[in-house]
Ligand binder design. Sequence first.
Ligand code: MLT
Length: 411
Amino acid sequence: MALINENFLKLKAGYLFPEIARRVKVFTDGNPEAAKRLIRCGIGDVTEALPEAVRYAMHEAVDEMGDRKSFKGYGPEQGYDFLRNAIADNDFNARGIEVDADEIFISDGSKCDTGNILDIFGRGNKIAITDPVYPVYVDTNVMIGNTGDADENGAYAGLTYLKCNPSNGFVPEIPTERVDIAYLCYPNNPTGAVATRTQLEAWVAYALKNDTILLYDSAYEAFIRDPELPHSIFEIPGARDCAIEFRSFSKNGGFTGVRCAFVVIPKSLKGKTASGETQAIHPLWSRRHSTKFNGASYIVQKGAEALYSPEGKSQTRALIEHYMGNAALLVQACKDAGLAVYGGENAPYVWVQCPAGVTSWQMFDKMLNEANVVITPGSGFGSAGEGYFRISAFNSRANVEEVCRRIGALA
Ligand code: MLT
């Protein structure tokens, strides 16, 4: 019999979102009438239609594929130059940030990228994650063998947990010990917190001093409204020597079902071999990408490129305005209900403290059974998320207004 990767047996029962889906299914199967009123604000999945500019570009790309003369087979694994150039120009160079097009690797999603990146790092690295945290960072480290077993609170031996709470504004203090790799996500999923330039400068200074690599997940940067806040870790001097950035078209362009994202790996970023020789990270990821990935589809990349056209930019802005308008309504409704609320100002997630004595899953059940609203229990993001819940602002305006009414009625 084939041996299995026993690290998988260390994983907690289910990935958070399938577990929520399972519980919701039990509820809807048992309550068909209430199921009709159900509003889902759990997983952060976009609800509004794809921007017209994207659809137009994708239609054109389909037609190109329908003509032998312009048909395309395998594309470059790292992504087509037209998209890599559009990203470098618009997301980075136009903001005065140094990123070359060939430092950008197009992929089919940030979830995959943040998990797959571990392929190019050795075992035995000391890994820091925030708590609460996007569960993918933890689970992929468990799968690959970077942790021991979980304790009764779900914390894995071997990981360094950086606690995030109201007193640090959900941005962790700089660790007192050195770590090899630290995951940071700002604007944050799940708390909606943002990191200031000064906070990111402190992280970059720590990383440079300790030879730490920062895995910076910036999938929600498009939701930043405060002009003072950095959109990219590469806005911080020195970050090119210590950071990898993950970006996605899922939430700004409505691509959760279309699938397109990218990773930025500066050519100056280095790791080391066990014998102590330094090694550039960029060629390792390039090699990994070429071996395990055949590139995102041409049609999808044409759609993503269209997000950078003038029409695409204005349609993206409208989408962001829509979701952030939802976030503002949800924040206000929770405040009116007397709840302590965080996030929702520069991020599409509203992070809410449960009423005193109520656990995250109790709140999940209460919202499901009494308000017929699906939220995400904070404890699903780590033990420091216990006592909180997350409301996603990705929804129609009518649904959000109804959720606000129901939150008011519960209070
Ligand atoms: C979430 O709800 O946390 C996100 O949808 C997860 C994701 O983007 O993979």
